[in-house]
Design a protein around this ligand. Sequence first.
Ligand SMILES: [Zn+2]
Length: 120
Amino acid sequence: MQKELTPFEEEMQEILLKKRQDILEKLAKSNEDFQALASQMGAKDSIDMSVESLVFKKMEAMNQHEASVLRSVDYAIIRIREGRYGICPKCGCRIPEERLRAIPYAVLCISCKNQEEAGK
Ligand SMILES: [Zn+2]
């Protein structure tokens, strides 16, 4: 599953891994329960959302915003590794680099994102 990354993907992966670390540390500082969950997640070398989804659920119950960013960050990292980073899963279009640089963990393109938000 591992493939050659483009320099852009490598750069984004580095930013995302750093962001992931920052969020885990921040959450760990915020309370003891998070500390346990964060170390559970941080200890793993591989990022696997299905395995961690229970942990995510617990985190989301406690701190929705940070946990949802963390989930998006992990999802973006997985997509880089699958070679699908920057491709909108809804419409299949390529998300512009500027958008990804502004929000490295953006999953949807702007029009799909807007539609999703309008649908809520
Ligand atoms: Zn789209």
